[in-house]
Every structure is written in structure tokens, then in C-alpha cells.
Design a binder for this molecule. Structure first.
Ligand SMILES: [Zn+2]
Ligand SMILES: [Zn+2]
Length: 116
């Protein structure tokens, strides 16, 4: 069984024990490649999504269904933040930063929903 590089537009055949081809693995190591939050394939970290998902999301981003789904997701994130925040004062700085980042992202999405 052959295996393909996990990077979104790479079709390099690799050994089944590897996740990325040699070239892309080097970029994963240097932090230039991380995971696309939608399709879970590799993408360049400077972009939010891989180009594939970015193109697709641009087509659906204004549909009312997407808006409803986003509102539900936002409510779940709010619950999560509310639930974890009291404990966060004991967390290491890195973890607290991630929670703050999540809160910031949720607020940004909220503002976008409000203005659309
Ligand atoms: Zn590759
Ligand atoms: Zn993607």
C-alpha cells in the first residue's frame, strides 16, 4: 500500500510510516507547515487554510447555513471558555495564551457576524 504526502497539493508517494515527503517534512520541522483546520492536510502556516479549503470556503461563507453553523460553534466555544477560565490561572503561560487566543478569535468571529 502506498502512502501520499499529507501536504494538500503534494502527490509524492512516500513510505507508509511517514506523513510527509522529504521536502515537506523539513518545512514541518521548521514550523512553516502546519495542519489545515478543515481538511487536516498540511498547509503553509502563514495561511489560515490550505488553498483548496480557502477557495471552497469563499464560495459558501455568506450562506445562511454557514452563518447558523458558525453561531452554534461560537456558543460552544463560549461555553468552553466559561468552563475553563476559572482554572486557567493555574495553567502554564503557553496554555493560557492559547485560551486567550481562542477568546480573541471568538470575539472576532462575533464581530464579523454582527457586521454581515
Ligand atoms: Zn510533499
Ligand atoms: Zn484544507
Amino acid at each position: 500500500m502506498s502512502n501520499q504526502c499529507k501536504f494538500w497539493d503534494c502527490f509524492e508517494n512516500i513510505s507508509p510510516v511517514h506523513t510527509f515527503c522529504g521536502d515537506h517534512f523539513e518545512w514541518v520541522e521548521t514550523g512553516e507547515i502546519d495542519e489545515c483546520p478543515i481538511c487536516k492536510r498540511g498547509k503553509f502556516s502563514k495561511y489560515d487554510l490550505c488553498t483548496d479549503c480557502d477557495n471552497k470556503s469563499a464560495e459558501v461563507v455568506n450562506s445562511s447555513q454557514t452563518k447558523l453553523a458558525t453561531i452554534h460553534l461560537l456558543a460552544a466555544v463560549d461555553d468552553l471558555i466559561l468552563m475553563t477560565k476559572p482554572d486557567a490561572s493555574n495553567w502554564p503561560v503557553g496554555k493560557r495564551k492559547q485560551l486567550n487566543h481562542l477568546e480573541k478569535m471568538a470575539n472576532e468571529v462575533r464581530n464579523e457576524l454582527r457586521s454581515s
